[in-house]
Design a protein around this ligand. Structure first.
Ligand code: SAM
Length: 274
């Protein structure tokens, strides 16, 4: 594009609640608008623990990234990145491994609008941002931004945190098939990091939350523990296996008990490709 020309006009639909901005509100961010705050208020009305659930989900991403960088992974593909909320994944990975390379992907144009915060790489490492939808995994895997940044013949940590519950199973479009396509493109030694909301503990509140998001135009499909476990099929789950997000290798033992399973409402796990 000619530098003199303005970029394409993107309608951020500030009049409608968006999942990324609702999550930003729960995390205490500032990139949210009236429609997002109203939807977030409705969610909190039926599930006051949403603030805690969002925070401990984010903390799972911190611990998972630290763990994988410390165990030698140097390439990260994070899909459903969300609005930047420091520390972001590359801040954590490059703190441990300055040469770490990170590709961020989200389908929400507002995340793209804030992508500059995700691109402040160390000089030794590299970060890139790709606006794309996880329902087109092949498009992600073949995008120039990804191929210029990651070497898919070497292990990659694939993060799908708090993402796949936004992908309902629809005809040919099945969440598990999408994840299998992504997994198949990665070599041995790669890791899958996932968290996913569940209605296993508070079905009535979650039914209402599905309606609130649905009214805002976002379909949610919460999944059971067994359905979550299936995302890792064929890969080796690391200890402690599937856990509630705050119970996956907590930094301190008391962190595993300070909220209930019902408040966490999100499963988490990491597996390695054999
Ligand atoms: C709840 S946020 C999670 C952010 C971050 N991964 C975390 O766990 O802290 C979910 C993000 O997924 C994005 N998202 C939802 N559906 C998506 C899709 N089909 N493709 C790509 N991104 C999607 C949303 O725009 C939002 O930014």
């Amino acid at each position: 594009m000619n530098e003199q020309e303005p970029g394409p006009v993107v309608d951020l639909r500030l009049d409608r609640a968006h999942s990324s901005r609702i999550y930003d509100y729960f995390l205490g961010g500032k990139t949210n608008f009236l429609a997002d705050r109203m939807a977030a208020g409705q969610v909190l009305g039926v599930f006051p623990a949403a603030l805690v659930a969002a925070r401990i989900n984010r903390e799972f991403m911190h611990r998972a990234t630290r763990f994988l960088a410390a165990s030698g992974l140097r390439q990260f593909l994070d899909i459903g990145t969300g609005i930047p909320t420091p520390p972001n994944l590359h801040d954590i990975a490059q703190d441990i491994a300055p040469d770490a390379r990170v590709v961020y992907t989200d389908n929400d144009p507002i995340v793209l609008a804030h992508a500059a915060a995700l691109l402040l790489s160390t000089p030794e490492g590299r970060t890139a941002y790709l606006q794309a939808d996880v329902t087109d995994p092949t498009g992600i895997l073949t995008a120039p931004q990804l191929l210029d940044t990651l070497d898919l013949s070497r292990p990659v940590a694939l993060s799908l945190n708090a993402l796949m519950h936004f992908v309902p199973d629809d005809g040919q479009r099945r969440a598990h098939t999408i994840v299998e396509t992504l997994k198949a493109a990665l070599p041995s030694g790669s890791a899958l990091v996932m968290s996913h909301a569940t209605a296993d503990f508070t079905p009535e509140a979650m039914r209402k939350i599905i309606k609130i998001y649905g009214d805002a135009g976002t379909r949610l499909q919460l999944r059971s523990r067994a359905e979550f476990l299936r995302f890792f099929d064929g890969w080796e789950l690391l200890e402690p296996g599937v856990a509630l997000s705050h119970q996956w290798r907590p930094d301190r033992p008391e962190d595993a008990t300070h909220v209930t399973d019902a408040e966490a409402a999100c499963y988490a796990g990491i597996a390695r490709k054999p």
